[in-house]
Design a protein around this ligand. Structure first.
Ligand code: NAD
Length: 297
């Protein structure tokens, strides 16, 4: 069993750290939020007073932080974890961040003699709690093989996507598909309402026809057809609109950086930005259907 430093034990990191503990790993955690930290120390983790302290004397350090600037600061800032860790420590960053920052952090790690794996996840807070996350990993084969037994305590599907940055690339491509597909599914259900077509009938047909996709079959944006989708609990997230907006923004930044055409992704970003700007950033992203109806709630 491994000794693991865990930095960022919020909505995702908290349950992930608890699953590491359940699997028998030792966890030394740090979070700027005392409340988040207490929740994991109550489950058996040791509390550290700084990120650097969490990174000292462990086999691997996992980070689950909001965005690229937080990851970079924790890795390379004053009292950063790269400077604190013992030789041979493996770094796994599971935050969703931009490809450029992921590569910069990995390069800084390599200069200091460390392997850094970008390993963002999909599956949301439900998957984090159930230990069924998908990990998309970017880094060397050696780093991937070392990380795998640790990631298996938190996830069901662990994929080596390619070199450093490939995990983040996979994550933003996947979420661009999700963000755009949810919008067109929501548009279709609003159109069906206006045409007098029963939502359950549209679901029954589209879920078995060429329009079939995850946004219909697992996360239907109207209440009823998929009983556990956020639509049935007034769009309580789930995956917040603010998070979706962040990922679509990362996808657009990446598309512009490499000259890829992504006009549907760009439009999707603008539509979620309007919903977020109207005060619904904390709601599940599938709640965007209410903005399309013109009756946001
Ligand atoms: P969160 O805000 O709940 O957790 C982040 C934690 O990091 C917070 O507890 C915060 O206090 C802590 N933190 C911030 N800066 C820190 C620092 N310098 N040192 C130590 N701790 C610090 O966010 P979350 O929902 O857990 O998301 C974390 C990451 O996972 C994000 O990158 C997000 O995009 C990604 N993600 C989230 C979901 C989801 O459904 N919530 C799904 C997939 C991926």
């Amino acid at each position: 069993m491994a000794r693991i430093g865990f930095i960022g034990v919020g909505n995702m990191g908290g349950p992930m750290a608890r699953n590491l503990l359940k699997a028998g790993h030792q966890v030394k955690a740090f979070d700027l939020s005392g409340q988040a930290l207490s929740a994991v120390t109550a489950a058996g983790a040791t509390g550290a007073k700084s990120a650097a302290e969490a990174a000292r004397g462990v086999d691997a350090v996992l980070t689950m932080l909001p965005a690229g600037q937080h990851v970079r600061a924790v890795f390379t800032g004053g009292d950063g974890i790269l400077a604190a860790a013992a030789p041979g420590t493996l770094f796994i960053d599971s935050s969703t961040i931009d490809v450029a920052n992921a590569r910069a952090v990995a390069e800084a790690g390599a200069r200091a003699g460390f392997e850094v794996l970008d390993a963002p996840v999909s599956g949301g807070t439900g998957g984090a709690a159930a230990g069924t996350l998908t990990f998309m990993c970017g880094g060397s084969e050696v780093a991937f093989q070392r990380a795998k037994p640790i990631l298996e305590a938190m996830g069901k599907t662990i994929v080596h996507a390619g070199a450093v940055g490939a995990g983040q690339a996979a994550k933003i491509c996947n979420n661009m598909i999700l963000g755009a597909s949810m919008l067109v599914v929501a548009e279709a259900f609003v159109l069906a309402e206006k045409l007098g077509l029963d939502k359950q009938k549209l679901f029954d047909i589209a879920a078995k026809s060429s329009g079939q996709c995850w946004s219909i079959t697992s996360y239907c944006p109207v209440p009823g057809p998929v009983p556990n989708s956020p639509a049935n609990r007034d769009y309580q997230a789930g995956f917040t609109t603010a998070m979706m907006l962040k990922d679509l923004h990362l996808a657009q930044e990446a598309a512009q950086a490499v000259g890829a055409a992504a006009p549907i992704g760009a439009l999707a970003e603008q539509i979620y930005a309007l919903y977020d700007g109207a005060g619904f950033g904390h709601k599940d992203f599938s709640g965007v259907i209410n903005a399309l109806r013109g009756t946001s709630r």
